[in-house]
Design a protein around this ligand. Structure first.
Ligand SMILES: Cc1cc2nc3c(=O)[nH]c(=O)nc-3n(C[C@H](O)[C@H](O)[C@H](O)COP(=O)(O)O)c2cc1C
Length: 202
């Protein structure tokens, strides 16, 4: 009995040692990477008036750690209120009507990238509608998408599965990080990002 138990432990240990992440199996460490994100400065929940958005902070850390290019999704005509409460109302209305706000720029060489880190604030359990505009304007064939979300309590919500449905791409485990941690506890935020990247093998 003891012998069987020991063999079982050994088999599990070997399986554990040989376990490779999807990114490691596909050798994605050298893949061409892009960080795409949306983020909003101005008044934000729990952090007051900020000059750099919470998601932007995380996006820049990821780009620096993975040597990825970086692209910020901006609205062509940004009429969003800077006051938090007013913004939540506009955002809710956009979500209810499945709005597709026009975005300012496009990425000409999107086809060149293999791995797309896709960063968004959690707005009403979803992404800002402009992110759907971006998704629908690009071809996601053969892309691997890695979501990251800043939030103030809701975590990832179902954002990764929404990204999966909208892109049809392979979606890896997402990172959820509190906006106020990104904004005010940068060391902790950076540590979270590094742990997550290591786990993914990216
Ligand atoms: C319109 C709007 C809706 C939000 N809805 C949620 C929500 O449903 N759940 C949550 O945890 N946080 C919510 N938040 C908080 C943001 O997700 C959080 O502050 C985030 O870090 C903002 O990121 P940014 O500075 O990059 O835009 C909302 C914020 C806004 C502006």
């Amino acid at each position: 009995m003891k012998k069987i138990f020991l063999i079982l432990i050994l088999v599990l240990a070997i399986l554990g040692i040989n376990h490779k992440s999807y990114a490691e199996e596909k050798n994605m460490i050298n893949a061409k990477k892009l960080v795409v994100y949306f983020s909003k400065a101005g008044e934000q929940y729990s952090v007051g008036n900020i000059t750099e958005g919470n998601t932007a902070i995380i996006a820049k850390i990821i780009a620096a750690k993975t040597q990825a290019d970086i692209f910020e999704i901006k609205l062509k005509n940004d009429t969003y209120p800077t006051a938090y409460k007013a913004l939540t109302e506009v955002a809710l209305q956009e979500k209810k009507t499945s709005a597709r706000p026009e975005i300012a720029d496009k990425i000409d060489n999107f086809a060149d990238y293999d791995v797309i880190f896709f960063g968004t604030p959690n707005w009403w359990g979803d992404m800002p509608m402009a992110l759907y505009t971006f998704i629908e304007a690009n071809d996601w064939t053969d892309k691997t998408v890695v979501p990251f979300v800043t939030h103030e309590g809701s975590g990832l919500s179902s954002i990764p599965s929404k990204i999966k449905t909208a892109t049809g791409a392979k979606v890896l485990d997402g990172l959820a990080i509190y906006g106020h941690v990104a904004q005010n506890e940068r060391d902790e935020a950076e540590e979270n990002v590094i742990n997550w990247l290591n786990k993914l093998g990216l």
